[in-house]
Design a protein around this ligand. Sequence first.
Ligand code: FES
Length: 239
Amino acid sequence: MVTDKVVFNIFRFNPDNDKKPYFQEFEIPFIRKDLTVLEGLYHIQERLDNSLAFRSSCRAAVCGSCAMHINGKYRLACNTLVSKLKSDTITIRPLSHMSIHKDLFVDMKPFWEKYEHIKPYLIPGKSTPTTGEQIQSPDERTKIDVLIDCILCACCHSSCPITASHEKYLGPMALLNMDRFLSDTRDGARQERLAIVNDEHGVWRCHTVFNCQEVCPKDLNPSGSIAHLKMEIVKNKIS
Ligand code: FES
């Protein structure tokens, strides 16, 4: 890899003006060893072409806004070092299975609708106290440690071949988050939750390809969550 410059080869498409998408190259100075892909995109937007569209917010791998396809893999642009990609050319595409608003900026609405569908909040059960705090022990909390870190970036959604072919499939993000609430001892809607994921757009659509697990920037395991939901459906005799 050359040390003084790097080429960003970026997917461009403005549905208002362009007949079809194309790629555009920008050369940017490779000024620091810790230069991130997101900083490169900002360099382009601020100094070379202010029409370039992309999403970002926290710049710290927390908000999930900057997910995109970078040199063959879905990643967060803000925590992907250009130096780690070991390439003179960085090719960047938008997230898949969502329509393009402009360039790297996609329409996330269908993705949020799937999240909304799984009721991503605690639902009180019959035995839930109506007053006071609902106490959770450290052990009970530890059990959901591996589930609560999802930042809703959509890397898993875009890498999944089933979300590509079956528009209504809930997908790995929604199913992992369903497992997160189902596994929370403060939640009282087990039957309702399992019924939601037991339909034709739920867990049984998963072909266990493991792409979701491979690309998750937080090292979460949506495939494991889907397997857990399937077991719970059988155990609880949900039909
Ligand atoms: S900008 Fe927030 S995760 Fe990258």
